[in-house]
Write a protein that binds this ligand. Structure first.
Ligand SMILES: [Zn+2]
Length: 315
């Protein structure tokens, strides 16, 4: 990912923290999916494509894949779980899934695929992941994660795949609709592997963060930034690491990671072949409300000690 390194050489090293924990979810999902600074900075782009949805289905599609998490302060920031003496780390799994998605898509000459990072050992702040996707004018930006639930596997009803996507009916409504449709297309592909489809998870900001039109912003950083930048973007959760069935059937072998990655790729292709390139309507001025100008609690929470930062696993 030399292009990415060129774009963020200093910042990628300067910011090591932004993988954040949000425990107060109404969902049974525990995993820290994932907030960041209220809004990311404006993106400098060289040229905006003048192509509307569905107009040129054979054109070159740009896909940005975001392997979730990475090392922060010497510890993986994602969830983890120990099973039969093996510890499984979300950070490593998402890197593998993303690599298989990229590999599958690159079989096709009209797909250009970027990863937001090139190693599970690397952490990139969430706003930079999104601004990178915007800077290359991504037609689709997919942040790939693995879920986790409180209770070290004792929560029996937390299993399956889901997507944190932007809510419709407010700022950039048409874009949110496209993101939701793309997310659902991928979830259906994952469902064909046998994973339960939990559907879309829509969550509003809980600290008063508003979009420029005054509407409530999305809570999760990836869909919020995507809405701000005018890119189709969302999180896909690939099952629960601490649910025995999800773990053993879908999240524990190389073949399983490949199947997940390829299912994502097929969903991405199915959506883009149908919807076409994005119109990429980046908002020029990113503004913050008075409430959140100096209040980025959803994005600047200091990660807890290492023993807790990896998730609800052992120790
Ligand atoms: Zn995650």
């Amino acid at each position: 990912m030399t292009q990415f390194k060129k774009l963020f050489p200093i910042a990628a090293k300067a910011f090591l923290l932004t993988a954040l924990i949000s425990t107060a979810s109404t969902s049974v999902s525990w995993a820290e999916e994932e907030t960041g600074p209220a809004f990311a900075p404006p993106v400098t782009k060289t040229a905006a494509p003048e192509i509307g949805p569905g107009m040129r289905n054979n054109s070159n599609f740009i896909v940005v894949l975001d392997p979730g998490h990475g090392k922060t302060g010497g510890h993986y920031s994602g969830c983890h779980f120990e099973y039969n003496g093996v510890t499984y780390y979300e950070d490593e799994i998402t890197m593998k899934i993303a690599s298989y998605t990229k590999q599958y898509l690159e079989q096709f000459p009209n797909y250009t695929v970027y990863l937001t990072k090139d190693s599970a050992e690397t952490t990139v702040p969430l706003d930079q992941r999104a601004s990178f996707a915007a800077s290359v004018q991504a037609d689709l930006f997919v942040s790939q994660h693995v879920d986790s639930a409180l209770g070290n596997g004792t929560v029996k009803n937390a299993y399956g795949v889901s997507s944190m996507a932007p809510r419709t009916g407010r700022f950039n409504n048409d874009l949110a609709l496209q993101s939701q449709e793309a997310a659902n297309t991928i979830l259906k592909q994952l469902n064909t592997l046998g994973l339960h489809n939990r559907g879309l998870i829509l969550r509003d900001s809980e600290n008063g963060t508003l979009f420029p039109d005054g509407s409530q912003a999305d809570y999760y950083a990836i869909p919020r930034y995507s809405q701000m930048y005018g890119i189709r973007g969302f999180i896909i959760e690939h099952g629960f690491i601490n649910h025995t069935s999800d773990l053993t059937l879908f999240l524990s072998t190389e073949e399983q990671y490949k199947a997940l990655g390829e299912a994502d790729a097929k969903g991405i292709m199915e959506y883009l072949q149908k919807a076409g390139k994005s119109t990429f309507t980046q908002t020029a001025e990113v503004t913050q409300t008075a409430q959140n100008t100096n209040n980025q609690t959803e994005g600047t929470v200091t990660p807890p000690p290492a023993s807790e930062s990896k998730g609800p696993g052992v120790n």
